[in-house]
Design a protein around this ligand. Sequence first.
Ligand code: MRU
Length: 337
Amino acid sequence: MIVDGKQIRPIWLDADQTTVKVIDQRQLPHRFEVADLTTVDAVIHAIKEMFVRGAPLIGVTGAYGVMTAAINGETASDNLGFIRQECERLKAARPTAVNLVWGVDRAENCRRIGIHGAGLIEAISRRKNGGTVNVLTHCNAGWLACIEYGTATAPIYEAFNRGVDLHVWVDETRPLNQGSRLTAWELGKHGVPHTVITDNAGGHLMQHGRVDMVIVGTDRSTHTGDVANKIGTYLKALAARDNNVPFYVALPSSTFDWNMTDGVKEIPIEERSPDEVRYVQGLADGRIARVLVPPESSPAADFAFDVTPARLVTGFITERGVCGASEAEVHGLFPER
Ligand code: MRU
């Protein structure tokens, strides 16, 4: 995607063909910093500490991690054993996003998700006689999370590029604010009209007819239709159902877990450091600062994801088209599975 007139991706290989370069997303939107990853430890650190984040990008970073392991293991006596061991360490770095396992085990496409999803936005635009289509999204399922186009944002960029009048409500997405820091930055750089809102505002906006559709990404969805995504997604789906607002989930088929059948019971939910809840990061007097919000002694808990049951999902937007969130419809689109 384009940032300040330059083509940029969230991860790339340096000219030396061995150093993996990533945008350190923890510093966005206030600083643009690039980190060099030359060891598997550095790759794991970048995944765990969220220099890179978002399920598809985590997957791609994992795949580069395998490359790094192969380079570093060149001189090991049991070269294959060494790489296998490093792969296991890579896969354990973040447990919810299934693409990490997939990326380490194998490689992906968002453009087609954009094309299929843009049709849904255009249909709403026609119904509104060309009036502004208001899309609500949660977290960052944009190109920063996925290499190009993003998942949830792909239909937005595609419809916007086709000239549809649209506006995006961007959930700030506590605790790490992937919405206000990253999605808002991405959309702004592309010129897409958007407004950052608190995570709690969506229900209110839906009640007043100010949201036409919700599109979110997912870190893992079961082939039966249950959707794991950033914490708070489930509450948006409940509010959407109560207000008859369509709730779509955009994902490449690599994000489907073809083995799990009950997402609520089976998808592992990553718990992260309570300090992510206790502190908020932002720009203060021109410097990036962290400030403590609750009382020093209050314990906090940081559940990174939740699961939205299939019954609350209007449909999946995949690279092959749009389908309902049910085992029959998902397998109808992916019969080979
Ligand atoms: O914890 P993160 O930042 O890696 O969160 C993942 C996400 O960005 C989202 O949950 C996203 O909506 C799905 S990934 C395309």
